[in-house]
Each structure stands twice: as structure tokens, then as C-alpha cells.
Design a protein around this ligand. Structure first.
Ligand code: MF3
Ligand code: CO
Length: 254
């Protein structure tokens, strides 16, 4: 677990997440029917390196690419390929960068062209669940106050949260303590402290919560084939007031 103490540490973690946010915005704008996920991956790597960052996922436990690109019933860790996006798809774009030894990690789910209203609602509610979780990331709260807020919002729409993958601390490594589940009773786990940096990442399914991993050993899909959405931010807990969303994309509120 990292506890940010010096202004230099805070600045460099903010820079790593800013690069992730800018590049996610660029990839998001490139999403359209006919583009392949390999093309999005190449764009991501090029734009991270152009900003002085290093792709955080490439080579991590032998993951082969810069981007995770998870389409429709794919939950997380979809490997970019020649597969082309189609109108009506949704795609989760998950990206990490390293700057000066510090990691930033963020994800967004975006529509490909026009999507069904029911699909749009899943995407909106998943992003809302992330922000309800972030609202609980304040000094004095406990870790599962975040988890509970995420789960409560998703389930209030009849959706289910994935339990086999969780958020995490992030700092000098991609995955640090503590784990940040997207479910649980409030008021449990460690007390949140100023300077803690967390990657909060709800994965929400329209159907059941069960997932399985494909034979490529990475791609997680819903067991029932239902659609899934994923959003993630790297946030830093402040001495007082709301958390700082280090990976906020340009042109968004907060
Ligand atoms: N945001 C994801 C996570 O924290 C991305 C990891 S992809 C990997 O697990 F390839 F790096 F594992
Ligand atoms: Co993550």
C-alpha cells in the first residue's frame, strides 16, 4: 500500500494517471464500427510513449498488449486482436501507464455507434456506481463503505456485481494492498487514510455475477453471456473532503 507523503510523489502519481486519462480519451474517440481492437491497442501504446510513459500492462504476468479491450459479454482483460467493432457493441477500454516508477490505472466502457437503451443504462449505472464508491473514499470511512456503495447502486437496477475480480491499491506496483471488492457490508476493512491511492473498478453484469476465463487465459466473460460494463479510476484520498480523481478524463466534471 502506498501512502503519498511528499508533493513530488503526489505530482508523479498524478502525472501517470493523467497520461492514462488523456490516452483513454483519444482511444475512446477512435472507437467506431469497423476499427479493430489491435488498432486501438497500437494507438494506445504510441500515445502513452509519446507522453513519456510506459505501458503498464504489457508484460505484466505475460499479458501481451498495452490495452485491455473487452467487448459485450467480455468483463475484463479482453486481448486486442483483429476483431473489428460493430455498431451496437460496447467496449471496455482499460489502460495503465508507468511514469517515474509510479502506476496509473483507469478504464471506461463506451458504445460503438448506436446502442440499445437497455445497454446504455447498464453503462451509465456502472459509471454511477464508480462515482458512488469514490464518494465514500474519505478519511475516517472504512474500505467496504466503498464496496457497499458500488454494490448497492448496481443491484438497485437488478444488475449483479462481479466478485471474482476486485479493485486494488495502486502506487509503486500495479496491484497493491488493499483489495477493493465491489461488494460487501459497509463498515469493514481498513480505515481509509489520507494519501492512500486506490483503483476502484466496478464490473457490472446485466445477468448473473458468475464469470469464466476463456482459453486465452485472460479474457473474462459472463457465464450466462449477458452484457457487462467496467469503469475504473485511480483516486487519492485527501486530508479532508472528497477524494482526488487522478485519472479524471479531460473535459469531465470533478
Ligand atoms: N485494470 C486491470 C487490473 O487492475 C488491468 C490489468 S490487465 C493486466 O487488473 F494485463 F495488466 F493484467
Ligand atoms: Co485496475
Amino acid at each position: 500500500m502506498i501512502i503519498l507523503k511528499t508533493p513530488a510523489e503526489i505530482a508523479i502519481m498524478a502525472e501517470a494517471s493523467k497520461i492514462v486519462a488523456e490516452v483513454l480519451e483519444i482511444i475512446q474517440r477512435a472507437v467506431e464500427p469497423g476499427i479493430s481492437t489491435d488498432e486501438l491497442d497500437r494507438l494506445a501504446e504510441q500515445e502513452i510513449r509519446a507522453r513519456g510513459g510506459i505501458p503498464a500492462f504489457k508484460g505484466y504476468r505475460n499479458y501481451p498488449k498495452t490495452l485491455c479491450a473487452s467487448i459485450n459479454e467480455q468483463v475484463v482483460h479482453g486481448i486486442p486482436s483483429k476483431r473489428k467493432l460493430k455498431e451496437g457493441d460496447i467496449i471496455g477500454l482499460d489502460l495503465g501507464a508507468i511514469v517515474g516508477g509510479f502506476y496509473g490505472d483507469s478504464a471506461v466502457t463506451v458504445p460503438v455507434g448506436k446502442i440499445q437503451d437497455s445497454t446504455r443504462q447498464l453503462v451509465r449505472v456502472t459509471e454511477e456506481a464508480l462515482y458512488f464508491g469514490i464518494e465514500k473514499a474519505v478519511v475516517g470511512n472504512r474500505l467496504t463503505d466503498i464496496s457497499h456503495a458500488v454494490q448497492h447502486h448496481a443491484e438497485s437496477f437488478g444488475y449483479s456485481v462481479v466478485t471474482e475480480f476486485v479493485g486494488h491499491g495502486v502506487g509503486r506496483q500495479l496491484h497493491e494492498e488493499p483489495q477493493v471488492p465491489n461488494y460487501g457490508k459497509p463498515g469493514q476493512g481498513p480505515r481509509l487514510q489520507s494519501g492512500m491511492v486506490l483503483a476502484i473498478e466496478p464490473m457490472v453484469n446485466i445477468g448473473g455475477s458468475a464469470v469464466r476465463v476463456l482459453n486465452d487465459r485472460w479474457t473474462a466473460v459472463t457465464a450466462d453471456g449477458s452484457l457487462s460494463a467496467h469503469f475504473e479510476h485511480t483516486i487519492a484520498i485527501q486530508p479532508s473532503g472528497p477524494a482526488r480523481v487522478l485519472s479524471e478524463r479531460p473535459g469531465r466534471a470533478n
